[in-house]
Design a protein around this ligand. Structure first.
Ligand code: B4P
Length: 193
């Protein structure tokens, strides 16, 4: 099973991908986690992207693709994956298409978590308090939400036009959202088989 999980910052992508990974035995590929690991390690890539992330902007498409290709080359990705945080614009959606065609791992479904903006702001403020992530401060959260609306939201139409998009209610308890996602994945598998 190959899944793209997307939605605005704070919609629960990372949270849900972690749970689905356990349940479905898939690799969890989070571009945000890959970038944060590079920043933490102080690698050349990490040094390049730190300021961009702290401003709530998108890291360049070329760097992201390089990072993703490296991650897909790891053994666990061959058995299926949940991609969390990528694609974040139409150029990335096209790049992903080309990459997945080349490695013969076409996408099964794109799942969109829908959450109203005031709840996103509330959740991210909660995480800022709990984890101290620099990009969760109110100014950066505003910038990230704007980037989402302008650049990432059109990705939904990209997948919708191919009949690969399922939009889900991302509000409520973590377990409730997880059940909705599993039901959507179940019906995708049933209609494919
Ligand atoms: P990400 O790491 O993808 O950050 P995110 O959008 O905030 O999602 P995340 O997965 O962390 O949060 P979640 O919604 O699970 O990206 C960070 C930055 O990296 C970007 O701004 C960008 O600079 C860069 N980047 C990443 N990918 C890129 C790409 N492809 N191209 C370019 N740049 C890229 O959870 C948020 C909070 O909500 C948590 O505290 C969680 O506990 C809480 N929560 C989740 N579900 C909940 C629920 N049901 N109820 C209550 N709280 C809930």
């Amino acid at each position: 099973m190959r899944i793209v999980l997307f939605g605005p910052p704070g919609s629960g992508k990372g949270t849900q991908a972690g749970l689905l990974k356990e349940h479905l035995g898939l690799a969890h590929i989070s571009t945000g986690d890959l970038l944060r690991a590079a920043v933490k390690a102080g690698s050349p890539l990490g040094l390049k992207v730190k300021a961009v992330m702290e401003a709530g902007q998108l890291v360049s498409d070329d760097l992201m693709l390089e990072l993703l290709e490296e991650r897909f080359a790891q053994a666990d990705a061959a058995g299926g994956f949940i991609l969390d945080g990528y694609p974040r614009n139409l150029a990335q959606a096209n790049a992903l298409d080309t990459l997945l065609a080349r490695i013969e791992q076409p996408l099964d479904v794109a799942l969109l978590l829908e959450v109203p903006q005031d709840l996103l702001v509330e959740r991210l403020a909660g995480r800022a308090g709990a984890e101290g992530r620099k990009d969760d401060n109110p100014d950066t959260v505003r910038a990230r939400l704007q980037v989402y609306e302008e650049q990432t939201a059109p990705v939904a139409d990209f997948y919708r036009s191919r009949g690969q998009m399922v939009a889900l209610d991302g509000t409520g308890r973590v377990e409730q959202v997880r059940e909705r996602l599993l039901a959507a994945i179940g019906s995708t598998t049933a209609s494919a088989g």
